[in-house]
Design a protein around this ligand. Structure first.
Ligand SMILES: Nc1ncnc2c1ncn2[C@@H]1O[C@H](COP(=O)(O)OP(=O)(O)OP(=O)(O)O)[C@@H](O)[C@H]1O
Ligand SMILES: [Mg+2]
Length: 171
């Protein structure tokens, strides 16, 4: 198991024991107590993602979806500043080991509107697509890794990661 992933995971309380060589199972749950800890989970997950992976976030306003994405960027090796794509719909980070496309689907009303933003083209570019407000387009996402972030308190979050296509998590 890569040391960075092992330590990032073991630092945090979790309720599901790792089941594969990478330290991930098809369902894992973490409790975080700061944005930095949420980023650490994203960073650890990024290390085992493969090109074409789709992350579908679920979680309220201010849950920590953008914070998690910041960790994904770090884990892919990008030092770029990650900001919310609320007004742009998608932000691209191209300096890591593969591209990261960070979407905010809050203003999309249906999966049909995905064609207008060129979703298929992004999928074809061999990167990771991380999708905030995936609920609005969930029908169109194939085998996403679902990352659910629930607020437990001001600074604590419950994060569950569920692998859609388990091969994405190298199981
Ligand atoms: N454990 C935690 N994990 C993540 N964020 C936390 C945590 N504790 C507090 N926070 C705070 O919660 C907020 C999370 O904001 P963030 O922009 O990541 O949320 P979001 O889910 O992307 O929201 P939106 O739907 O508005 O885009 C930040 O202000 C952050 O400082
Ligand atoms: Mg956000």
């Amino acid at each position: 198991m890569p040391v960075a992933i092992y330590t990032a995971i073991l630092r945090l309380p979790r309720r599901c024991a790792p089941r594969n060589d990478n330290g991930w199972s098809a369902f894992m749950e973490f409790i975080t107590n700061s944005p930095a800890e949420t980023e650490a989970v994203g960073q650890a997950l990024a290390k085992i993602l493969t090109p074409g992976a789709v992350i579908a976030y679920r979680g309220d306003l201010g849950a920590g979806k953008t914070a998690f994405t910041r960790g994904l960027a770090r884990g892919l090796g990008s030092a770029e500043q990650v900001t919310s794509p609320t007004y742009t719909i998608v932000n691209e980070y191209l300096s890591g080991r593969m591209p990261l496309f960070h979407f905010d689907m809050y203003r999309l009303r249906s999966a049909d509107e995905l064609f207008d933003i060129g979703w298929e083209d992004y999928l074809d570019r061999g990167g990771v697509c991380a999708v905030e407000w995936s609920e609005n387009v969930i029908d169109a996402l194939e085998d996403p890794i679902v990352v659910n972030i629930e607020k437990l308190g001001e600074d604590s979050r419950c994060i569950t990661v569920t692998g859609g296509n388990t091969s994405d998590l190298s199981l």
